[in-house]
Design a protein around this ligand. Structure first.
Ligand SMILES: Cc1cc2nc3c(=O)[nH]c(=O)nc-3n(C[C@H](O)[C@H](O)[C@H](O)COP(=O)(O)OP(=O)(O)OC[C@H]3O[C@@H](n4cnc5c(N)ncnc54)[C@H](O)[C@@H]3O)c2cc1C
Length: 306
């Protein structure tokens, strides 16, 4: 996906200085850490979440909670002002996890503002301007001051795809959401962020799409029908504190599908371990080498019925 920094007035000119940082770029992620370490009692910290679709539905908010937890441990959380401006009307697209995450937001005393879109940043003046996108106050602008601003930028399909015959109207490679086969060119398959499949754009989704694509390529060469077994699985380890993760796993339709036989609503240390230690090992030693060593996610989970 393309990171559209320039869609926000003034952002590119100040990214990496004046307290303006982003974990969405390896260039600026280290500056995020510097900014967090520099927070003091009285600091004003602003976080943004862009319009969908964007990479990893949890990434914009993981840094919110990690920052809040660091301030809490330093005893300065109450003395700082944390604001989180979210483009959507909810903090997370899956209601089961949105409910739990709002408890985390309230616990830290973070002020969440919904249906707000970042439109301009003035680095020298340290101000960020948001535009309301909800029906009630559409177009109304609000400007806030900050000591640290963490931006999750708006994102879009890459030009090479969007301008090609492979794309759908929105610019993504137009595939069947279960087989990952192109709807017009049967010998073409797509997976990952650039595909049109309406799963959350995560590496976890790629992990489950890749074997389906490989099997289907083989089926194509053998002349047998393709399989349609990708169910939209995506996963997002939501770091709610140092050492704590809510492991959000879900499929199409927002159905919750945990892999471990544990209540997925709970913040857990095991989720932190999986994110920090387990997933890198899994990624480098298994996934990239093509080993299909999968624990199955539980599609029969009923705990999200409420
Ligand atoms: C801050 C952050 C946190 C995240 N956290 C998680 C997480 O906890 N769990 C999770 O599962 N996912 C997470 N993700 C999402 C995950 O990184 C992506 O979903 C995943 O990398 C998608 O893989 P991909 O191969 O489709 O795309 P990419 O990894 O983006 O790879 C696409 C590649 O194509 C290259 N490219 C682009 N245009 C061209 C061209 N014209 N020609 C040739 N090459 C080109 C790019 O340079 C890039 O190397 C996170 C993402 C971010 C940014």
């Amino acid at each position: 996906m393309k990171l559209d920094w320039d869609k926000i007035d003034g952002l590119s000119a100040t990214l990496g200085e004046n307290g303006v940082c982003s974990n969405y770029s390896p260039l600026y992620a280290p500056y995020t850490w510097q900014c967090v370490q520099g927070l003091k009692p009285g600091s004003s910290v602003v976080f943004t979440q862009p319009p969908l679709p964007f990479k990893c539905p949890g990434a914009p908010q993981k840094i919110v909670y990690l920052t809040a937890d660091r301030l809490r441990r330093a005893g300065t959380l109450q003395a700082c002002d944390l604001q989180y401006f979210v483009h959507a009307p909810v903090v997370f697209g899956v209601p089961f996890f949105a409910r739990e995450l709002m408890k985390v937001v309230r616990r830290y005393g973070i002020k969440a503002h919904f249906q707000q879109n970042l439109v301009a940043v003035d680095g020298a003046a340290k101000t960020a301007t948001f535009e309301a996108v909800g029906e009630d106050d559409k177009g109304k602008r609000t400007t806030v001051t900050f000591d640290m601003l963490h931006v999750s930028p708006p994102q879009s399909p890459p030009d090479a795809i969007a301008k090609s015959p492979l794309a759908n109207a929105a610019g993504w490679v137009e595939v069947n959401q279960n087989s990952m086969q192109h709807v017009r060119y049967p010998n073409i398959f797509s997976l990952g962020d650039v595909s049109s499949a309406p799963n959350s754009k995560t590496a976890a989704a790629v992990r489950k799409q890749a074997p389906v694509v490989v099997r289907n390529l083989l089926r194509m060469t053998e002349g047998t029908p393709v399989e349609t077994s990708y169910d939209g699985y995506a996963s997002c380890p939501l770091t709610t504190a140092y050492g704590k993760v809510i492991m959000a796993e879900f499929i199409y339709g927002g159905k919750v599908t945990p892999t471990l036989p544990l209540d997925p609503a709970k913040e857990r240390w095991i989720g932190w371990w999986i994110k920090v230690t387990g997933l890198p090992l899994f990624y480098w030693s298994y996934m990239l080498k093509g080993h299909e060593w999968f624990f199955r996610h539980n599609t029969a989970f009923k705990g999200d019925a409420a």
